[in-house]
Design a protein around this ligand. Structure first.
Ligand SMILES: [Zn+2]
Length: 269
């Protein structure tokens, strides 16, 4: 028996998380328990599920997040591996409901899998997105190798320098990551400061934010779309590195070619 039984929409949403978790492992972006996924699954929760008893007591989020009242989330479990989540999402993650005080949650799932230690920061982002009226329901953190390598040079950490280079490698990157890549300087993982800086970068009109010498954080309507944005950016970083390995600096598309693309596809930047 699983909470996903007879809930095809919820099951399809969780299956998508498992599929993405498998891709993260295959790409080499998810060593050990690296990375996190949280998805706002509220729209797929039915009345019978709302009435279900929790399998844990109330647990503190560590923050009060007023927009999350009555919301439900799927969260990767703390210490769990993406490659295991890909096989069995309900043994390596859980579904939580936010209590009415907006400061506590309880687990309503198959097993009492404690959510990621990054829960307060991920939920803060979801709270920010809902406050803004955003349709985005998924957040992803992972360690894409070539993009992380870029952040080890100060040059690429300057605002929109990496964005311009990545967009210029192949037209699809600008089309499918149209807001570009925000940059957040190194901060302690899991810290409130890192969560706040991430939200400031999202608010500066990015869907994808790079954490210096660590990884990437992406938001989108669903988890597959968040993954796709990271995937196209990392493809561009790989093309750049391939050209450098062949011994030359790639020309990149011109500013005029990128403007033409923005006009033709109605891109925001
Ligand atoms: Zn990380």
């Amino acid at each position: 028996m699983s909470i996903l039984d007879n809930r095809p929409a919820l099951k399809a949403g969780i299956d998508k998380v498992a599929e993405v978790a498998g891709y993260l492992w295959m790409k080499g972006w998810a060593e050990r328990n690296g990375g996190n996924i949280t998805v706002n699954v509220t729209e797929w929760v039915d009345d019978r599920m709302r009435a279900m008893p929790a399998i844990t007591g109330a647990l503190a989020i560590g923050k009060t997040l007023p927009q999350l009242k009555g919301c439900w989330f799927y969260c990767k479990g703390t210490g769990k591996r993406m490659r295991d989540l890909a096989r069995d999402p309900m043994a390596n993650g859980s579904i939580i409901r936010i209590l009415d005080d907006c400061a506590h949650y309880e687990i309503v799932a198959d097993e009492p899998v404690a959510p990621t230690s990054e829960l307060p920061s991920h939920l803060s982002v979801h709270d920010y997105l809902l406050a803004k009226g955003s349709p985005y329901r998924a957040s992803l953190h992972t360690h894409p190798i070539e993009l992380v390598a870029l952040t080890h040079s100060k040059k690429w950490m300057e605002k929109d320098v990496a964005t311009r280079m990545l967009w210029s490698m192949i037209p699809e990157t600008k089309a499918f990551c149209p807001r570009g890549l925000g940059m957040v300087p190194y901060m302690l993982p899991s810290s409130v400061e890192l969560a706040d800086a991430t939200i400031r970068a999202l608010d500066d009109d990015y869907d994808v934010v790079m954490w210096e010498k660590h990884g990437i954080f992406a938001v989108d309507t669903d988890i597959m779309s968040a993954f796709d944005q990271v995937d196209v950016l990392n493809k561009s970083a790989q093309i750049y590195i391939s050209a450098k390995n062949m011994g030359f600096e790639p020309d990149g598309m011109t500013d005029a070619q990128m403007k033409e693309l923005s006009d033709a596809f109605g891109l925001p930047k």
